[in-house]
Structure formats: C-alpha cells, structure tokens
Design a protein around this ligand. Sequence first.
Ligand code: SF4
Length: 464
Amino acid sequence: MKLIYTDFPYPTEIHDVAKLFWDDTELTDSPDSAQICVREQCGDVCCYYARAFGKEHTERVNIEGLNGLQQIRLRKRFAKLAIYNLLVSVTGKTMPWGSLTGIRPTKLADQLSREGLDWKSTFCDVLGVSANRAQLVEDILRTQGELHRRKEGCADLYVGIPFCVSRCSYCSFTSGEITRLQKYVQPYIEALKKDISATIAFAEKKGIRIVNVYFGGGTPTSLSARQLDDIMNCIRFAPNEYTVEAGRPDTIDSEKLAVLRDHGVNRVSINPQTFNQSVLDVIGRKHTVQDIYDKYELAKSFGFVVNMDLIAGLPSESCEMFYHSIDEAIALDPDNITVHTLALKHGSKLKEQNYTVASNVGLMLDYSRNNLYSAGYMPYYMYRQKYMAENLENVGYCKPNTPCLYNIGIMEEISDIMACGTNAISKKIVSSENRIERSANAKDVITYIERNEEYLDKKFQLFN
Ligand code: SF4
C-alpha cells in the first residue's frame, strides 16, 4: 500500500489521481510515513509541490482577481495536475483522461469554453487528456448540438423501481431480488404512487413543466403488467420522451409492452450486456442469448425506440468474445447502443471476489467506437465512474435523431430532476451560481415506505 500526505484542503482530489496509478493508495496525516507528498502554497499565485520516490514536480497557477468558486476550481485542477505529472514521470504511464478524475468531461469542456479557454488544447496540452478522448468529447458535443442547453422552468421525472429478478455479479445498486422482497412490493408501489402523484401535483402548482419521464432501477419490468399499469396511471400527461429500462430480456412480455405503449412510453432499454451465453451465466443473468433476440424483435414490433447496453471487461469475456457482442448488437440495428466499461464497485460480488479486470478493455472500447461509427452511430453522451477499468468511460451511441434526452439532461447537468422512489436523487440546478442542490430519498425499500412523507417534504423544499 502507498501512503499519501497532503496539506491541500481537498485531499480526495489528490487521492483520486493517485488511485488512477495504484488502487491501494491511502491518505495519511503523517508526512513522515508517506511515499507521496503534495503541498500547497497559496497567495495570488498558488504553487503545488509534489514529490514521490525521489522525483519532484511543481505546478503554479495565478488565481488573482477570480471569485471564490473559480479559485477553488483552479486550485483543484492544478493540485491534481501536480500529482498526475509527477506520477507519470515515476511510473512512465499516462492515462486516457490524463489528470481528469471527474464524471463528466463533456461538462468540463463546456465550462472551460465559458471561461474563454480553448477546451480542446487545455484538455490535451495542459490536463494530459489523450487526443482520441478529446476527439470523443468533441464528437459528443457535436451530436448534442442544441440539445446541450438548459431549459429554465422545466424538469425531468425519474421513477425508481428497486427490484430485479436476480443479482448481476457486477451490480452494486441497492436493488433486491423481487422474490426475496415480495412482501414489500405492494407497500412500495403504494408509497411510490403517492410520491409520483404528489410530485406531479407540486410541479403543476409551481409551474414546473415535466418534460421527460424515465423509469429506472433495478428492472422496472420485473413488476407485473398490472403493477406497472397501476404506477403509470399516476402519470396523466404526455411527456416528450417516456423511457422505461426493460433491462432484463427475461422480464419482458407482450402484456407488459402493451401496458407501456398504452401509457405513451416511447423508449425502452433491452440490455444484453453480452451476446455470449457462457458470460451471461458467469455474471448471474438468468436469461439466454436467444431471449435477447426474441425480446428485441418483440419490442421493435411495438414501435419503441430501443437502446441496448453492453459491458466491456466482464469476467471470462475475451476481446474476440466482446467484439462478437458488438457485432451482434450492430447487426440487430437498435436505435441506441451504450457501451459501458466494467467498474468494480463496493457492494458487488465481483469486488468481494477480488476480481481483476483483464488489461484489454481499451482495445474493446476502440473496437466499439470504430465499428459503431462505421455503422452510422454517433456518441451522444458519456460519463465516467470511480473504479472503472483502465480509467476509461461509458459512452451512449445513437442513430441520427434518437438520442435519449433524459440521459443528456442528467449527465450534462442541464436538467432539474424530480426523483421518486428509493435511492432516487432530486436535483435542482442553480445556473446563476453554477451549483447543484440535491435531495436524496431513502436507499432502502423499508425506510422509503416508512418515511415517505419526510422525503417528499425535503424534495418540495428543494424546489420551493
Ligand atoms: S439488472 Fe441492473 S440493477 Fe438489476 S442486478 Fe443487474 S445490474 Fe443490478
């Protein structure tokens, strides 16, 4: 384990960069025991002195005349740069996203442009981002075009269904197996209906227009057709975009799809994750590859825009097997294909089993990108997560005119979100101050059912 000492007031920024190079780094209060040290000296010009393993690196930034928020932003950026450049020289390794550890590189590009900087050269020449990742950001911003714009007075509605038919080995969500939680399903539905109806009524009273609706989870279609109908009856208006993550192919049937269509749903996700049966079995998905083909055709016959998720880096999946999954997904021709990079998160079985991701995930993403571009898909949103294999990214690709507006809104943080259900986070964007206020619902089903009113009140205070 490597220990880091820093007197920088935002130590996790430093720690996050060190973790790009070594998983097993920890912060320490003792400079004497640390192998890596980053110190800040701040006046009108801030200096960052980083040293480790006999090497040193210094970065300087002038913060004179900037407001408090701008100063903090620059100090964080340059402190991270100091340790990143130091660790590049110590290890001889560079990272695809350079010193960036944030979730949203596209948002940062937009922010840099608003600061009057050339974001692309700042990414590549200052922050150490690779040319092909900068190009990816540029392509995404081009696909988003006018969609990358905040609409004041509007919000999107998120509805969380925290049940699944079985647990995938890479999953860290708080969702539970529906058979195990059976006795809570109906009480949860009742609490959720109250939450949705009260949220919509509140939005109407406040003059907030709900534009897009998104049912996520968990797997919303692990509920029965009757239960879905019961919940959707609370939504008595026609959103622009109405999405349901159907997720598991084994949870989809004609009866449920008919309910979705009758309620105005226009997009569903059917997520193979892989087209290799042996890998599906290893990761605990209880469906067959044939189910994916069958349920995809069924969903298309209902006229839905369909997204398919794949994951690069799954256990036992070689590059060639992953390439096969990409080829099969492209051959089916869904409107969207989202390529995730496996992230080993706390709470997942894979993390508990100390699974290590093979070092070829970058090749898998390159293959996806090249072949999806050739097949007419363009990247339209992306995000990064902690613990992601090779510090890569998740990218949503779309055929022309089919991007998921909810995904753009939430990932670029340009839409307010009114969220209902467990583990759902409402967000209000305060554009004038460039900050976001949040209100999180209970993470678990039982607390959510018991303290529903309390969480509703918090949400209303947020949007008051
Ligand atoms: S379907 Fe999604 S939410 Fe459910 S266990 Fe698998 S990864 Fe987790």
